[in-house]
Design a protein around this ligand. Structure first.
Ligand code: GSH
Length: 253
């Protein structure tokens, strides 16, 4: 469980559920959807990534990676979106979003988490975000002073200043995505949801990835089962409230 001891002690006195999240962040979308599915009351602390509101001493004091989302539950700080949704389902079990084959479902969450930096983030930045989210020299200096995570430092170096993601970065990311979506396509053959008839955390973990990639121009034409599965979310209140209300169309971001 990704619990962190915050250096920004102000959050330790928060009562109830507080979510620090980004409107356009796919990782935040999965947590918002889970909170909504569970009918939980939560206080929103919106962090505007385009305005670099995550690059502050205050926020790094809550999330040591400077990433959204962060959930604070009665003063306890949780990071890592896939771990947060698992935590929410454990702690607030009704309605259950867990599959009877729990290990298999957790493997889908682990997979979504494991491809975030090698595939999802580079694809989104290379095709869309890098130019929109360029840091000023002052923001670069602030980020360098705050960020201690080497993987994230290396990732953000790739689009720092005049640097750009290369064709090779994009090709590597596309290869990983193709392998994952091949698996997802197979899992959805003859099934409404990833784990079968029951809608679970696995679906919640993956739909934001689909939503954001579509907005970046990724084609799901080779995956008809995924296209049909994604369509089914349009009618879900948790998708409308947790995704579309905050980000109606990622291509417009
Ligand atoms: N593994 C983390 C990844 C979180 C993450 O990368 N969040 C993005 C938005 S989806 C973010 O905060 N980006 C800002 C940055 O990289 O500085 C999780 O699942 O919570």
């Amino acid at each position: 469980m990704a619990v962190v001891i915050p250096t920004n002690k102000s959050v330790e006195s928060l009562q109830g559920l507080h979510l620090y999240h980004g409107a356009i962040s796919n990782c935040s979308m999965r947590v918002r959807m889970t909170l909504i599915e569970k009918g939980l009351d939560w206080t929103s602390h919106h962090i505007d990534l385009k305005k670099k509101e995550n690059i502050t001493d205050e926020y790094f004091g809550i999330n040591p990676n400077g990433l959204v989302p962060t959930l604070v539950d009665n003063g306890v700080v949780h990071i890592e979106s896939n771990e947060i949704i698992d935590y929410l389902d454990e702690t607030y079990p009704e309605p259950s979003l867990r599959a009877s084959k729990n290990a298999e479902m957790m493997e889908w969450l682990r997979l979504a988490g494991s491809i975030h930096v090698p595939a999802i983030k580079p694809y989104v930045y290379a095709t869309k975000m890098a130019n929109k989210i360029k840091k000023s020299a002052e923001e670069e200096a602030k980020y360098a002073a705050l960020q201690t995570n080497d993987e994230l430092k290396e990732f953000h170096e790739k689009h720092k200043g005049v640097n750009q993601f290369t064709d090779d970065d994009l090709a590597k990311s596309e290869a990983i995505l193709a392998e994952c979506f091949g698996k997802l396509e197979k899992a959805l053959a003859g099934n409404q949801w990833i784990m079968g008839d029951k809608y679970t955390l696995a679906d919640i973990s993956w739909i934001p990835v689909h939503f954001v990639l579509v907005g970046c121009g990724y084609s799901f034409d080779p995956y008809p089962n995924i296209v049909r599965w994604a369509e089914d979310f349009r009618a879900k209140p948790s998708f409308q409230e947790g995704v579309l209300k905050w980000c109606p169309d990622f291509s417009e971001v």
